[in-house]
Design a protein around this ligand. Structure first.
Ligand SMILES: Cc1cc2nc3c(=O)[nH]c(=O)nc-3n(C[C@H](O)[C@H](O)[C@H](O)COP(=O)(O)OP(=O)(O)OC[C@H]3O[C@@H](n4cnc5c(N)ncnc54)[C@H](O)[C@@H]3O)c2cc1C
Length: 394
């Protein structure tokens, strides 16, 4: 099988890359380890920066997003039992949009399957196994894999390594070339999805002496809530009643916090991780394959989309004008945004979570920082412009 760009991973990064390339007349094939049903139901991120919405809209896959997404104009910081609104739109002119990552994935899969490929290859192969990349420093890299029990090879000109944090692409870059930056936080998030009316129209980020809590939503009838917990938290010790009681306490809510049937529970680890560079020969890493952020800043999916904008444009220029300059700068341009996203996610995490071992002085400083952000227009603008998404370089 032959294509121009072989893409590994049908998450937001791989699918968007394939879609943008198709719009530019460039052929690609996406190889995905899981089934279509699995990737379309995988609940993860749910908040899109303004730039991500614009990117999806310009690419022609924003119709359902605009119909079903919830545009938010502010968020609330809650500490010492009092709420303080950060008016995102008033401060930046932009909004954030609540729209589940699995919905973005569904829209992109539908678009790719409807459009097909120029080469006649299937645009996406699901449930592939034994994926490996070869000759990535040559002009003709290859991807070997197994599909429906048959060993196959995909010959291509470039490879998009969009296979997430646990994929194989990052490991294909020799250790002497790659540098890793890693921080594992001493806590995690216990997340739930429940059939209940969201506690507020906007997100609430709450600092409490017993730990952080976040009230968000997926729709007007589905609530998404998070509680700071330990990384090895035993979910069997968290019956629904205990979760609701803890949410009431940490969010400081009364009857406006409506309880409902919880239909999903999980623990999300908190990690900051970056590899540099994001390119080796003709293999380009994008999204979670190259970087992970703690979810406090809601940047994971948005950074993946930002990487893909640069990569798709770089490939477009290469094929249209034989101009490789943007591809040469891919890593540098992406990493500038990624590190700002890392800084913001780390800062939000540090400001809002309880760190075991912190003393009374550190608690006071944490509250003073929140108080400063909630009362200084300069400080809240800093938070707001990072939260809605910094302008793209490319
Ligand atoms: C619980 C949770 C909550 C999150 N919340 C937020 C949030 O609120 N806001 C936010 O912005 N981000 C959030 N994130 C992060 C966000 O989901 C990721 O940043 C995003 O999924 C990155 O997209 P991606 O396409 O790079 O990787 P992925 O979505 O991980 O996609 C990678 C794909 O590659 C496939 N794959 C892996 N290995 C192989 C292989 N060997 N061969 C073929 N295919 C392979 C995988 O099956 C997967 O489909 C959250 C993540 C988690 C886990």
């Amino acid at each position: 099988m032959r294509t121009q760009i072989g893409i590994i991973g049908a998450g937001p990064a791989g699918l968007l890359l394939s879609h943008l390339l198709h719009l530019a007349g460039i052929d690609s094939v996406v190889l995905e380890a899981r089934s279509r049903a699995y990737v379309e139901e995988r609940v993860r991120a749910g908040l899109l920066e303004q730039g991500s919405v614009d990117t999806l809209t310009e690419a022609g896959v924003g119709e359902r997003l605009h119909r079903q997404g919830l545009a938010h104009h502010g968020i609330e910081l809650r500490f010492d039992g009092v709420g303080h609104r950060i008016p995102l739109t008033e401060l930046t002119g932009k909004v954030v949009t609540i729209y589940g990552q699995q919905e973005v994935v569904k829209d992109l899969i539908a678009a790719r399957l409807a459009a097909g490929t120029l080469s006649g290859n299937p645009p996406i192969l699901f449930e592939v196994a034994d994926v490996a990349v070869h000759d990535v420093t040559s002009d003709s890299p290859r991807i070997s894999f197994t599909h429906e029990g048959r060993a196959q090879v995909l010959d291509c000109l470039f490879i998009g390594g969009c296979d997430g944090f646990h994929g194989i692409c990052r490991g294909a870059i020799p250790p002497e070339i790659i540098r890793t930056y890693d921080r594992i936080y001493p806590f995690a998030w216990l997340g739930i999805l429940a059939h209940s009316k969201p506690v507020s129209e906007e997100l609430i980020y709450a600092r409490h002496s017993d730990g952080f809590a976040l009230a968000t939503m997926r729709s007007e009838t589905v609530t998404r809530m998070y509680l700071q917990c330990t990384p090895d938290e035993d979910l069997s010790l968290w019956p629904d009643d205990r979760i609701w009681a803890e949410l009431h306490k940490r969010l400081g809510c009364g009857p406006e916090l409506q309880e409902g049937p919880i239909f999903q529970k999980g623990v999300t680890a908190m990690r900051s991780y970056v590899v540099e560079p994001m390119r080796h020969g003709r293999l380009f890493l994008a999204g979670d394959a190259a970087h992970i952020v703690p979810p406090t800043g809601a940047k994971g999916m948005n950074l993946a989309i930002a990487d893909i904008r640069v990569l798709a444009r770089g490939l477009e220029r290469f094929f249209a004008n034989n101009d490789a300059t943007l591809l040469e700068d891919y890593s540098k341009i992406c990493l500038r945004r990624i590190w700002k996203g890392q800084r913001f996610s780390w800062w939000m995490t540090s400001m809002l979570h309880r760190f075991d071992g912190d003393d009374a002085f550190e608690h006071r400083v944490q509250v003073a920082e929140l108080d400063y952000v909630a009362t200084s227009r300069a400080a809240m603008t800093t938070l707001a412009e990072n939260y809605v998404g910094l302008d793209y370089e490319v």
